[in-house]
Design a protein around this ligand. Structure first.
Ligand code: 3MF
Ligand code: MG
Length: 344
């Protein structure tokens, strides 16, 4: 049991602190230097965007992309790390201004599909079969600007294209209700799994549940996880925290609501998350106010909180819990949990 969890984060989680209102406040750290920090911080897996692995990939040919990916693979090997997933970055290129798979422009839709196939090639070169789809701009600011029925059809078609392109690849859709868009087309786990069931191979299409994204949708992250676990489709998670309905904060795990974090750890542990190779992924941002020499503390702290909550999940007196459930004494159950969290 103990120690079975492996942790991952993406290189963007160590960053310069720029936000939409101000410039960077910390120096950049090279990718190779970031990789050296993973093991020190207690992490074994690296999450990638396609261009985290192969910068400027739109300007490179297939051989150059393959060579660069191979180089990154040996960097990983050298550090004893593995790639957890690769995600196509479909929100920066001018051809994705109006979305990728759901763009109204067929040339832009074709670009998004081509870029995704390249992302799959990179995933294979990095020896991972998992592709994460954060559908950043697949939505609208103006309701009448796109056809929501056609958008859902196009997302299904784009995923079918990926499944056909590589028979081994698995897709984890990362739902988020808004930001950057006013309304996203795949806002929740339920939407993602409904899409999954319309694809040619639903078993290969699951979800990446991010704590903050579930909260932004007004939902409880642990219930979202339970729903995905029930379908056998929780392929990965992006643990973090979020202080109410505002911009996506990516705060350290458990830093806003410990009990909500406890319940996420508890459901993951209860249903053997991790035993099929799933990573405990983090998506946490260093605060802009953090000085450079301590700007990785949010990662180590999030991992520590996960492990401490894991101890609490495992030491919870399940007999007492079951007895209170049998008596329908949920007030006392509430108190038992609060006592347990305070004592821990
Ligand atoms: C957006 C996110 C992203 C995605 C990442 C992987 C910065 O709100 O959470 O993290 O998780 O791009 O697709
Ligand atoms: Mg995320």
């Amino acid at each position: 049991m103990a120690g079975q969890f492996r942790f991952s984060f993406g290189p963007w989680n160590i960053h310069e602190g720029a936000d939409p209102f101000g410039p960077p406040v910390r120096d950049s750290i090279t990718f190779a230097k970031k990789l050296k920090l993973y093991k020190q911080l207690g992490f074994d897996g690296v999450q990638f965007h396609d261009d985290d692995a192969v910068p400027d990939l739109n300007d490179l040919g297939p051989d150059q992309i393959a060579a660069k990916a191979k180089e990154v693979r040996s960097l990983l090997d050298g550090e004893g790390l593995v790639a957890e997933f690769v995600a196509p970055r479909l929100w920066e290129d001018p051809r994705t201004i109006d979305g990728g798979y759901t763009s109204n422009d067929p040339a832009c839709r074709e670009y998004a599909r081509r870029r995704t196939r390249t992302c799959i090639d990179i995933a294979r070169a990095l020896d991972t079969k998992l592709v994460v789809l954060w559908l950043a701009r697949e939505g609208t600011y103006i309701r009448e600007a796109k056809d929501s029925k056609a958008a859902a059809d196009r997302i299904v078609e784009a995923i079918d294209d990926m499944l056909a392109y590589d028979p081994d690849i698995r897709i984890a859709i990362e739902p988020k209700p808004n930001e950057p868009m006013d309304q996203a087309y795949i806002p929740t786990t339920g939407h993602a799994l409904a899409v999954s069931h319309r694809t040619s191979d639903p078993a290969r299409v699951g979800v990446n549940i991010e704590t903050a994204h579930a909260i932004l949708a007004g939902l409880d992250p642990s219930d979202e996880m339970g729903f995905a676990l029930s379908f056998g489709r929780l392929f990965t998670v992006h643990l973090n925290d979020q202080n109410g309905l505002k911009f996506d904060e990516d705060k350290a795990f458990g830093s806003v609501d410990l009990r909500r974090a406890f319940n996420q750890v508890r459901i993951l542990d209860a249903y053997d998350y991790g035993t099929q190779g799933e990573f405990v992924g983090l998506d946490v941002k260093a605060l802009r106010t953090q000085k450079a020499d301590r700007a990785t503390a949010h990662l180590a702290n999030s991992r520590t909180i996960f492990l401490r909550l894991l101890d609490l999940a495992r030491s919870l007196d399940t007999k007492k819990v079951d007895a209170l459930i049998a008596q329908r004494d949920y007030e006392q159950l509430d108190m038992l949990i609060l006592d347990h969290l305070l004592a821990g």
